[in-house]
Design a protein around this ligand. Structure first.
Ligand SMILES: NC(=O)c1ccc[n+]([C@@H]2O[C@H](COP(=O)([O-])OP(=O)(O)OC[C@H]3O[C@@H](n4cnc5c(N)ncnc54)[C@H](O)[C@@H]3O)[C@@H](O)[C@H]2O)c1
Length: 241
């Protein structure tokens, strides 16, 4: 059975990605700081292993991948999905908020990739890393704050570096960059900002987490073996000029 590690598994997108990969027949290790929600998820899911980890701690990430490798023999897929969006206005962003934004969205993915490429060594077939970026790194008309955009742009550069670096080792690395997707993360927005952003979506409504998860599943399926180094933007065609 192929083994996938999904970060932020207890969130809106992470839960949908977990269910997509379980339906596709993978063993899923779900990682989140919200251990209680992971346990609730584990109660009605087979082949799901909850791992309560704070991903801003690099040592905890090393320990996580050691446990996964000891239990399952390695890792075939990693989905870096954990993230958040701090909303302070640029001149007033406290230094600690910038650091935390980068730690949660970028450093966590960086450290997970470091450990994952080791855990992927010796596995057969094309191994997969999927980074959940954001359309906010590319569209400057919408609300996204600069430290959030920068954290996702950094992630997408990591995607391209690793795709090139590990192409011959058969590790395919891609980013998926969604626009407005209905998850608990919407709560960081005021009603006014949310309504304006949703009204800009061409279909007149936000996307659903299972729509994003289907693309993650596609990349992790055999069809995704030939795709690496891409940032795939999902936004209903909103930004086509
Ligand atoms: N919802 C959107 O419109 C949207 C759009 C573009 C990109 N994204 C990205 O999608 C990803 C998933 O977000 P979501 O919308 O499902 O939000 P969410 O808040 O529902 O889920 C995020 C999950 O990450 C976990 N997490 C946060 N900090 C953590 C830490 N330090 N250690 C471990 N886990 C941690 C949270 O507990 C939560 O379960 C994020 O990277 C986000 O930036 C979301």
């Amino acid at each position: 059975m192929r083994v996938a590690v999904v970060t932020g598994a207890a969130g809106g997108m992470g839960r949908a990605i977990t269910d997509q990969l379980l339906a596709d027949g993978l063993q899923v290790v779900g990682v989140d700081i919200d251990g209680a929600s992971l346990l609730t998820m584990a109660a009605d899911r087979e082949d799901f292993t909850p791992e309560a980890v704070d991903l801003i701690d690099p040592e905890a990430i090393t320990d996580l991948f050691d446990r996964v490798t000891a239990r399952f023999g390695g890792v075939d897929a990693l989905v870096n999905n954990a993230g958040t969006c701090f909303m302070s206005d640029f001149p007033d962003i406290p230094a600690a908020e910038l650091t935390r934004q980068m730690e949660i969205n970028f450093h966590s993915a960086f450290h997970c990739c470091q450990q994952a490429v080791k855990a992927m060594a010796g596995r057969t077939g094309v191994r997969k890393i999927v980074n959940i970026s954001s359309n906010g790194a590319y569209n400057f008309d919408v609300f996204d704050p600069p430290h959030y955009r920068a954290s996702k742009a950094a992630m997408d550069t990591l995607t391209k570096d690793l795709a090139r670096r590990y192409a011959r080792e058969k590790i395919a690395v891609n980013s998926i960059a969604p626009a407005m997707t209905e998850t608990p993360l919407f709560s960081v927005l005021t009603e006014e900002v949310l309504a304006k952003a949703i009204s800009a979506m061409p279909h007149g409504h936000a996307m659903q987490p299972d729509q994003i998860a289907a693309w993650v599943g596609f990349l992790i399926s055999a069809a995704g073996d030939v795709c690496s180094g891409n940032v795939i933007i999902l936004n209903q065609g909103r930004d086509v000029r």
